[in-house]
Write a protein that binds this ligand. Structure first.
Ligand code: KIV
Length: 290
């Protein structure tokens, strides 16, 4: 019996997410960075995010700051070619929505032209002007507040946010400003559960939590974290549903062992010549070349 918890086959759009928020139905989001991860995720989740986490998860960077629009385009195109039924959201990388309204619109518009249905960007009050400009161009925007990885240098590390009164109140205020500016959903990352609960109760748009407790309208985990494919420190909000790294390495090492001991490939895994051609090549020598 299959244990695959599949999402209903309905194509996920922004109005569908709004309906689910009203119905109280929880939203499931994960990341994908290529066609393989997109094909695994699409029948299971509601939103696929081509996250700038591609930088640290797949490209070997220490954080997301080196990720460029060109890198995001490359990964988005790979995911987009699979034509997912889940809502496809592209992350705006560092410096792609800071320099001018025109550059912000061009970068985000380029993502939509490559198949994304929406973009996500990090930040609160300081980003409202850009959010409004994107929404005015019919580019749907998902906000992202709390532990925003692009602010790692300001935060002094990847630390839980909103623990002090003024930070908590600022976050609630930012959440409402983003909603008023037209965001269709918000990611809340690395904040106390009570603060996320208050945001969810007071907003009309869905909130999607990561390290923000159980009260959000939905949850997101990075694909490679959920499947145990990432090495090193694992924050406490990451529940790995497989030891993917170990599982895949063991399988690969069985193949390597079979190569080394001659068990791979078997006759069934090999192509054969006709008897006639076998005789012809058996009499061939380098000296009788025509
Ligand atoms: O880039 C990313 O993967 C993200 C999620 C953690 C929300 O922003």
């Amino acid at each position: 019996m299959s244990h695959i918890s599949k999402a209903p086959l309905e194509r996920v759009t922004i109005p569908v997410l709004q309906r689910w928020k009203v119905e109280g139905r929880r939203i499931v989001m994960t990341t994908a960075y290529d066609a393989v991860t997109a094909r695994i995720a699409d029948p299971v989740v509601d939103i696929i995010l081509v996250g700038d986490s591609v930088g640290n998860v797949c490209l070997g960077f220490d954080n997301t700051l080196p990720v460029s629009v060109a890198m995001m385009n490359h990964h988005l195109e790979a995911v987009s070619r699979t034509r997912p039924r889940a809502l496809l959201v592209a992350d705006m990388p560092f410096l792609s929505f800071h320099l001018s309204i025109e550059k912000t619109i061009r970068n985000a518009g380029g993502f939509l032209q490559r198949g994304a249905a929406a973009v996500k960007l990090e930040g609160g009050a300081t980003r409202i002007e850009m959010v409004r400009a994107l929404v005015d161009c019919e580019i749907p925007v998902m906000g992202h507040l709390g532990l925003t990885p692009q602010s790692v240098n300001v935060m002094g590390g990847f630390k839980v946010q909103g623990r002090k009164a003024d930070d908590a109140l600022r976050l609630l205020d930012d959440a409402h400003r983003l909603q008023e500016a037209g965001c269709f959903a918000l990611v809340l990352e690395g904040i106390p559960a009570e603060l996320a609960a208050r945001a969810r109760e007071s907003l009309t748009i869905p909130t999607i939590g990561i390290g923000a407790g159980p009260s959000c309208s939905g949850q997101v985990l990075v694909f490679h974290d959920a499947l145990g494919l990432t090495e090193g420190h694992r924050p406490k909000f990451v529940r790995a549903y497989a030891d993917g790294f170990q599982l895949l390495q063991e399988a690969l090492s069985r193949w390597a062992g079979d190569v080394r001991n001659g068990a791979f490939p078997s006759p069934q895994e090999s192509y054969r010549l006709s008897d006639e051609l076998r005789d012809t090549i058996a009499t061939w020598t380098p000296s009788n070349r025509s």
